[in-house]
Design a protein around this ligand. Structure first.
Ligand code: AHG
Ligand code: MN
Ligand code: MN
Length: 333
């Protein structure tokens, strides 16, 4: 690993470590890097132009769509489609999956991508960090035929790559192809990402818990008990509470400093809020690759069999010992 390495150089250098080395996955990461730059440019000027605010439509899950949600969705889909990189795309913002180029008989693309184009969208209007999350699988149906639902409904443990972009004080792209997690920071003056965070790891223990405590009364008893444990005056506790409202940003901070993110089910949301395919699986893959852990409170996220595209699951993710402690409270509640 050389000093001042750019993402482009890193991809080329590491291409040989991919399981299948046709260069297709490298091209895919490359196009995500490009789309992220375009979205970043737009996010940065959100306060300057009339692009902030709700666009007046709601997405498939009945939530208000922000203009930047729509924009980011279009940019990622266009970039991945125009360049003929993937055979299918599923997005949190689309009702159904998109079949790419099924008419082309010579079409040999093997990968499908699932994205949350803009995560933490309620933060846009107030100039707080947002992100993009992506997840990549090899298709299971034959190459050259249109992709099917089953290509997308794969267990998280089948992911070949996953990552996020964080549009924060700096913009970073953090991803894994199953060989650890590396973070690249965008130098906006030059337009290149540099390897700033090689081999990222969750500390095994942490002191930060991230959960929307406004929903406390609706939480399962195990989560209530764990939160009380975090607040108790004993040993290295009480822990610090930090919640940004963007999974990407909360995860990123917790990975660097040590912490746990929880979005449990509640008496209002029986499966929690976060989407298994667009949010939990990619973050769980990153967490495990960074020596962390991710579960639904009982079961490993990456082992859950998906049944529908927009499925939701409770999510407990972060430093290994913290997630295990929370699971212990869930079990004993
Ligand atoms: P999105 O903006 O893609 O809908 O995701 C928001 C998610 C997640 O990123 C965040 O942690 C959580 O929803 C916040 O939900 P609450 O406002 O209910 O806490
Ligand atoms: Mn999201
Ligand atoms: Mn989103």
């Amino acid at each position: 690993m050389s000093k001042n390495q750019t993402l482009g150089e890193f991809i080329i250098e590491n291409q040989a470590s991919f399981k299948y080395t046709s260069g297709e996955l490298s091209r895919l990461i490359n196009s995500i890097r490009l789309a992220a730059k375009v979205v970043n440019h737009e996010v940065n000027k959100a306060g300057l132009v009339d692009i902030i605010g709700a666009v007046g439509s709601t997405n498939v899950q009945g939530e208000d769509q922000q203009k930047l949600d729509v924009y980011a969705n279009e940019i990622f889909i266009q970039t991945l489609t125009n360049r003929n990189i993937v055979c299918g795309i599923a997005s949190e913002e689309e009702d159904d999956f998109i079949v790419v180029n099924s008419q082309d008989e010579n079409h040999q693309n093997k990968y499908v991508v699932l994205i949350d184009p803009l995560d933490g969208s309620s933060n846009i209007d107030v100039n707080v960090s947002v992100g993009t999350i992506f997840s990549v699988y090899r298709r299971v149906t034959p190459v050259g035929t249109p992709v099917q639902l089953e290509d997308f409904l794969q267990k998280g443990n089948k992911q070949v790559a996953a990552g996020y972009v964080i549009y924060g004080t700096s913009t970073m792209l953090v991803y894994t192809t199953g060989h650890g997690v590396n973070g690249f920071t965008l130098n906006p003056a030059i337009g290149s990402y540099y390897l700033s965070h090689p081999d990222m790891q969750f500390p095994e223990d942490g002191k930060i818990y991230s959960v929307n405590e406004g929903n406390y009364t609706h939480f399962p008893q195990g989560v209530k008990d764990y939160i009380k444990y975090c607040q108790q005056e004993e040993g290295d506790r009480p822990y610090t509470s930090r919640y940004i409202g963007s999974l990407v940003s909360d995860f990123h901070r917790n990975m660097i400093k040590g912490g746990i993110y929880i979005y449990p089910k509640s008496s209002k949301n029986s499966d929690g809020k976060l989407r298994l395919l667009y949010e939990c699986n990619p973050m769980a893959f990153l967490a495990e690759q960074a020596n962390g852990k991710a579960s639904d409170g009982f079961t490993r996220i990456l082992d859950i069999e998906p049944t529908e595209l927009h499925q939701r699951v409770p999510f407990f993710c972060g430093s290994k010992n913290m997630v295990e402690k929370a699971e212990e409270f869930m079990k004993n509640a």
